[in-house]
Design a binder for this molecule. Structure first.
Ligand SMILES: Cc1cc2nc3c(=O)[nH]c(=O)nc-3n(C[C@H](O)[C@H](O)[C@H](O)COP(=O)(O)OP(=O)(O)OC[C@H]3O[C@@H](n4cnc5c(N)ncnc54)[C@H](O)[C@@H]3O)c2cc1C
Length: 375
């Protein structure tokens, strides 16, 4: 019997496994893909505090520092927002995911890579597609948007189409300015969503589109029109993938009996920007630490995880309800233009104000991780 069985071996699952194992828990990590996170199904943008928690410099993970964010809301009016004080990075998630799995092994985690959880028999049995049965006292569901353990224990994991960000992204070769990342809101490329251009360096960029589900759109066609708009005539598409990200409220509950939910399985991606790396790392770290503390008797309940995540849940819910009010094209465009023009003006007057505010949130997350680990 393992102390903790983590199902899903990407960023939230690997982070949970590492944190639990570091505190002495006996952990197994199950990941269905033989080559985890290849090709990387992510724009790979993140902030400096998340980069710090992941120790990207120490582990030698490439990161391209962004100096300007250019935002266009359904018109040729661009808002150029300088990023001065705090780092925004485009990282190498393929490298990172590989490193996290290697690190998990080094911490003593038993890794089952290329093994799919076929079934879950509560409370302990995780049944793999090769019929092997692994028992875990605590189960951490890190299976991403499919939330597969949750489904098996009667949690409402259904998402309405509009609560799913439907994405397509290409890795593109060309000649790029590596300092500028671009986001294009709404039409013509991303109705009620956004298109992104995230340069990894001066030769490679992630270019994609994410829109709410339920719209009859030809995403390939939209991306084929957006890419030349960003790259000019000379570019080469290396690969393209489609994927989904939750754009809903966080899952309720975040723990049930001996099961905890992290990352996209817990619907912790931001419903507007659809970024989820930071919250996957935050929730994975906290869940892993709480699981280990429960096993070693320092805490008597897993629900402490819910308490530690409660501010995050509140904030994500607020964003979700705000987004849901933008039901018409007029409301959507007006609201985003107003928000970005305010950000643009504030940023000109007080260059660090907004960045300080945003980074404060992630700093608080880091403090929670550090405090609970030390307790
Ligand atoms: C196109 C796109 C672009 C994005 N861009 C950004 C960005 O720029 N910045 C950002 O912060 N976020 C971005 N996100 C969101 C971010 O990628 C996710 O929030 C993050 O990857 C969530 O990590 P996770 O580990 O919780 O889930 P996932 O990355 O979905 O990992 C789930 C893992 O579980 C495994 N799994 C599933 N079922 C089983 C099973 N039955 N048995 C075993 N293993 C299983 C899967 O193989 C997978 O490896 C983007 C998402 C998409 C789709």
């Amino acid at each position: 019997m393992f102390d903790v069985a983590v199902v899903g071996g990407n960023i939230s699952g690997a982070t949970a496994a590492i944190n639990a194992a570091k505190l002495g828990a006996n952990v197994v990590l199950i990941e269905k893909n033989k080559k985890p996170f290849f090709p990387p199904r992510c724009g790979e943008a993140t902030d400096e505090i998340t980069a710090e928690i992941l120790e990207l410099d120490k582990i030698g993970c490439d990161k391209n520092q962004i100096k300007q964010i250019t935002i266009n809301v359904s018109s040729k009016k661009e808002y150029n927002i300088k990023v001065k004080k705090h780092g925004v990075y485009i990282i190498d998630r393929n490298f990172l995911e590989k490193y996290l799995l290697k690190n998990a092994k080094q911490q003593g985690v038993v890794t089952k890579i290329g093994c799919r959880m076929k079934n879950y028999n509560p409370p302990y049995e995780v049944i793999l597609d090769n019929e092997e049965i692994l028992n875990g006292k605590i189960i951490i569901d890190a299976t991403g948007i499919s939330c597969q353990v949750g489904k098996k224990i009667g949690i409402d994991t259904c998402l309405k189409p509009s609560d799913v960000g439907v994405c397509i992204q290409s890795r593109v070769e060309g000649n790029f300015n590596p300092d500028i990342m671009k986001m294009w809101y709404h039409k013509p490329y991303a109705p009620f969503g956004y298109a992104w251009f995230f340069p990894k360096n001066d030769k490679i960029a992630n270019i994609g589109i994410g829109v709410p589900g339920g719209q009859k759109l030809d995403l390939s066609d939209l991306l084929n029109r957006y890419i030349p708009d960003e790259c000019g005539e000379k570019f080469k598409v290396i690969h393209t993938f489609r994927s989904c990200v939750p754009a809903s409220k966080p899952l309720k509950p975040l723990t049930k009996d001996n099961v905890m939910f992290v990352g996209d399985a817990a619907r912790f991606a931001n419903p507007v920007f659809e970024n989820g790396i930071n919250n996957a790392v935050f929730s994975g770290s906290v869940a892993g630490i709480v699981a280990a503390k429960y096993i070693n008797g320092t805490t008597s309940t897993l629900t402490i995880y819910e308490e530690l995540m409660s501010n995050k849940v509140k904030r994500l819910k607020k964003v979700y309800y705000k987004k849901n009010r933008l039901t018409t094209e007029e409301k959507f465009v007006k609201s985003y233009r107003r928000a970005f023009s305010l950000i643009y003006s504030l940023n000109k007057l007080f260059p660090n104000l907004l960045q300080n505010q945003l980074i404060k949130i992630v700093k608080k997350d880091k403090k929670i991780i550090d405090t609970i680990r030390e307790k």
